[in-house]
Design a protein around this ligand. Structure first.
Ligand code: HPA
Length: 277
């Protein structure tokens, strides 16, 4: 089946299951899926039920779309995302972003857990993504361009919306939840980086490293959405400190900062809603 047809089928299916018409989309990373539990009048649709959606395999990910309202703003969240390292193509990884766009989502808020490369940041802090480095060696837009979905050569010079970053800054100040800012580099994983690789990424200008986000952001920009990215710095990257890395540490840290993260994301959605009205 063509991707266009799959998209139509996914949208038809979703519209038959929920009356929510989301304006804001959220992609919730490792340990951050709890935000969707805060939605009012939630409608949950497991990924298995959506045509074109692969099935998520990673621990700490629920694997469903959650529709609902946050501060009266209609929203949809991916509770759990798809990763390149799971063996999916970048087209599969980013298909949910196409679906969100087709449903009317104008603003995409992307979150992730990431290792901190910047030694002045600490594990457990949140980082506003100012820009990214695509170190995947691949791009989700490779292949025939579907012109209705976006232009062949999309501009990435302001991928992370200035407007949304200003909203995030104001939200962070109002809540006194500190927010670092930096450049996110995406690697394929699933092995964590070597200390030499972290040093290389540092030289390239990265402040944090993770295994997601960049493909989704590229597709969101391609499709004309405004994007906000926030990383939860779940650990110091390899070689920045001397301790071995583990997925357990990542989940442990994201749980620890869950409260601040939830407050900040809700505040951001609230402010997006206020600016729209
Ligand atoms: N490296 C890559 N991905 C990650 C890390 C890391 O240190 N922490 C969380 N996701």
């Amino acid at each position: 089946m063509t991707t266009k047809r799959l998209l139509e089928d996914a949208v038809t299916k979703i519209l038959s299951k929920t009356e929510v018409r989301p304006e804001v989309g959220l992609i919730l990373g490792s340990g951050l899926g709890v935000l969707a539990e805060e939605f009012e009048r939630p409608v949950k649709i497991p990924y298995e039920e959506v045509p074109g959606f692969p099935v998520s395999t990673v621990e700490g990910h629920a694997g469903q779309l959650v529709f609902g309202y946050l501060h009266d703003v209609p929203v949809v969240a991916m509770q759990g995302r798809f990763h390149f390292y799971e063996g999916y193509s970048l087209k599969e990884v980013t298909f949910p972003v196409r679906v969100m766009r087709a449903l009317g989502v104008a603003s995409l808020l992307v979150t992730n857990a990431a290792g901190s490369i910047n030694p002045s940041f600490s594990s457990g802090e949140l980082m506003l993504i100012r820009d990214h480095l695509n170190v995947l060696g691949a791009n989700p837009l490779i292949g025939k361009n579907i012109d209705e979905w976006g232009t062949r050569f999309p501009d990435m010079s302001s991928a992370y919306s200035q407007r949304l970053r200003t909203i995030a800054r104001k939200g962070s100040a109002a809540l006194t939840v500190p927010l670092q800012e930096g450049v996110y580099a995406s690697v394929t994983g699933p092995s964590y980086e070597t200390p030499a690789e972290v040093k290389m990424l540092q030289k390239l200008g990265a402040d944090a490293v993770g295994m997601s986000t960049v493909p989704e952001v590229i597709v969101a920009v391609h499709s004309g959405m405004e994007v906000l990215g926030i990383s939860c710095l779940s650990n110091m990257a390899a070689g920045i400190v001397d301790t071995p890395l583990s997925h357990e540490e990542v989940i442990h840290t994201t749980k620890r900062v869950q409260h601040d993260f939830l407050q900040l994301m809700k505040e951001i959605v609230k402010r997006i809603g206020e600016e729209r009205r």
